[in-house]
Write a protein that binds this ligand. Structure first.
Ligand code: SER
Length: 606
């Protein structure tokens, strides 16, 4: 038999169960439709919970699918040989239809049949079953069935911790039987119970399939009794089974990743490191899948996971030199983005047989989904790359993780990982407390917004606020450092600044000021907020309004060029946009005298 591709395996699985009267379901979206209790579908059964609980499924009592899943619980494990954040789960279900006998027979047949299945070697299969406890008996029934296929001394009893499956604290659940495959070169042969457990612990056998006999129900973490119907819920990770079928020792060497890994290897050259490459490959794929399913980077829920995946990939890409090797004139993010875009395009090709990422035609990236994925990915990389370099420098200085998060966009989990690599501890509780206070503050800020008044945070006002800082910086550059702000006022329509200057500002000077501000906007510079003792801010030379009183700990907003040079630094409570690129087009409307020695400029955005 020639080696099966991952697409063959997926197709064979669905055909096998179709031939056994199962209706084939398309993969549901990664984001559960009517289930706010979980962020993502983490198993093939998740979209089927109501039917496992007894509701009638329109397509009948036998179902099969290849379901897209995201699990982030083990995100730190990604980089080892088998953990992934995105994976597909092949599964077949009986909703009160067949039970243990057929479920076990078909699992075995699919794994070992050369004609219809995967043609795996039966001599390398091991099986575990539930040993029994107060909730359910020892599963002797499963053992009797397995004995038709597997020698009894390769069937092991294990406790609930191993052989019981439920999607959470509430819902359907039950004992399961799991299949493992021996991946050692020479084969392990017969093993005692303890030898088997040791082989599982160190990865000489790998779990390839799980048949759950879902006839129980859980409530608040406790098994409360039997369901009205006996269900079967099976699951086999496509990536893992592909690795086994293709005789690879890790998922990244299988056809689901190898072409992407090669691009990373070629681009990184001497800087290549396998773990970083694996993390990039995994995270780029998971991000693409999430974007394709409608998730957008943000600071909460699914969006936060996506943001974290992209930023985590960016940090690794930095390690491999993808941000340094700039093409002439390219901005840093452009280079790294080109690499990411190559990786994304390769994934588009690899998933051509599915509708997950859109269709590829010829060598062209064509579908709308592709463009969307590329565009969203680019925007996030671009945003992060503005603060990445500075953030890493700050990290080296042991800057407070709260500042790294709020100012440099470093998700706390990322800071924790970087710290762990350096062997430094992070005060997570302290971080959480500060973050909560910060959020309470922004919440009260947004409450204020509805009342109008000082804490007006509507979008235009926020943009005008940042434009105000740029304007002051431009005035100082064109008219001289002595120019100081003497007053300011911002409404939803315009900004106004008063400053000391003893003559009319000429139209040429005004044009210069305007084009400086628009230049900084076009440069898409990061706007960052830092909290520091007042003396430190003064020493930094941050602008302060004359006569204003400032507290001991102040917040300073900076706009910085990629080479660290400050465009602007001001004492300010905010709020501001996070990137000057978000401001829009800046226009001076009017320049006039305000009082003796004080000029006034009004400006707008469009
Ligand atoms: N739901 C079970 C699992 O995730 C079987 O699909 O392992």
């Amino acid at each position: 038999m020639t080696t099966l591709s991952s697409s063959d395996i997926r197709a064979r699985f669905l055909a096998f169960f179709k031939a056994r009267a199962h209706a084939i379901l398309p993969s549901a979206s990664l984001v559960p439709e009517n289930d706010p209790s979980v962020l993502f579908n983490t198993a093939g059964m998740q979209p089927l919970v109501p039917y496992l609980m007894g509701q009638k499924h329109p397509l009948g009592t036998r179902l099969a699918s290849s379901q897209k899943c995201v699990r982030t619980g083990d995100i730190e494990e990604v980089g080892n040989h088998k953990n992934l954040t995105f994976f597909e789960m092949l599964g077949n279900w009986s909703l009160g239809d067949y039970f243990k006998e057929d479920a076990i027979k078909w699992s075995y047949e699919f794994l070992t049949s050369k004609e219809e299945g995967l043609g795996l070697d039966p001599a390398r299969l091991y099986v575990t079953v539930f040993e029994g406890d107060e909730d359910a008996p020892r599963d002797l029934e499963a053992v009797e069935i397995w004995k038709n296929y597997i020698p009894e001394n390769r069937i092991y009893f294990l406790p609930k911790k191993n052989n019981w499956w439920s999607p959470g604290d509430n819902g359907p659940c039950g004992p399961d039987t799991e299949m493992f495959y021996d991946v050692t070169p020479n084969g392990l042969g017969d093993m005692t119970h303890d030898e088997y457990v040791a082989a599982d612990d160190d990865g000489r056998v790998v779990e390839i399939w799980n048949d759950v006999f879902m006839e129980y129900e859980k409530k608040d973490g406790l098994v409360i009794g039997k369901l009205a119907q006996k269900n079967v819920d099976t699951g086999s990770g496509l990536e893992r089974i592909t690795m086994i079928v293709q005789g690879k020792s890790n998922v990244y060497d299988s056809d689901l990743f190898a072409p992407v890994m090669n691009i990373i290897k070629d681009t990184a050259g001497d800087l290549y490191d396998e773990k970083s490459a694996r993390i990039i490959a995994d995270h780029v794929k998971a991000s693409a899948m999430l974007i394709a399913d409608g998730v957008r980077p943000s600071n909460k829920d699914q969006g936060y996971v996506l943001r974290r995946l992209i930023r985590r990939a960016a940090i690794r890409a930095k390690k491999l030199g993808f941000f340094e090797k700039m093409e002439p004139h390219a901005e840093e993010y452009e280079y790294s983005y080109n690499v990411f875009s190559d990786l994304l395009s390769k994934f588009f090709e690899l998933y051509e047989d599915t509708d997950y990422l859109g269709k590829v035609s010829g060598s062209q990236v064509s579908s709308e989904k592709h463009l969307l994925v590329l565009d969203e990915f680019k925007k996030e990389v671009e945003k992060f790359s503005k603060t990445l370099e500075l953030g890493l420098k700050e990290f080296e200085k042991n800057t407070d993780p709260f500042v790294l998060a709020t100012t440099y966009g470093f998700p706390i989990e990322l800071t924790e990982e970087l710290a762990a690599e350096k062997g430094v501890a992070i005060d997570r509780a302290g971080f959480d407390a500060k973050m909560k206070a910060h959020q309470d503050l922004s919440r009260s800020g947004s409450a204020e917004k509805f009342k109008g008044g000082l804490a007006n945070t509507n979008e235009t006002t926020v943009k005008l606020h940042t434009a105000h800082h740029l304007l002051l910086a431009a005035l100082q550059e064109v008219l001289g450092k002595e120019v100081k702000q003497k007053g300011s006022n911002i409404t939803e329509e315009r900004l106004r600044i008063d400053f000391n200057f003893d003559r009319k500002v000429t139209p040429e000077e005004l044009a210069k000021v305007e084009s400086l501000v628009n230049g900084w906007i076009a440069e898409k510079l990061p706007v960052m907020r830092r909290e520091m003792p007042r003396e430190e801010a003064e020493a930094l030379g941050a602008e302060m309004e004359f006569g204003a009183k400032y507290p001991d700990i102040v917040s300073v907003y900076t706009v910085q060029k990629p080479d660290d040079a400050y465009v602007s630094k001001e004492f300010c409570g905010g709020p501001h946009v996070t990137n000057t690129g978000d401001i829009g087009v800046f226009k001076i409307q009017k320049e006039e005298a305000s009082s003796a020695g004080i000029r006034r400029i009004k400006a707008v955005l469009s």
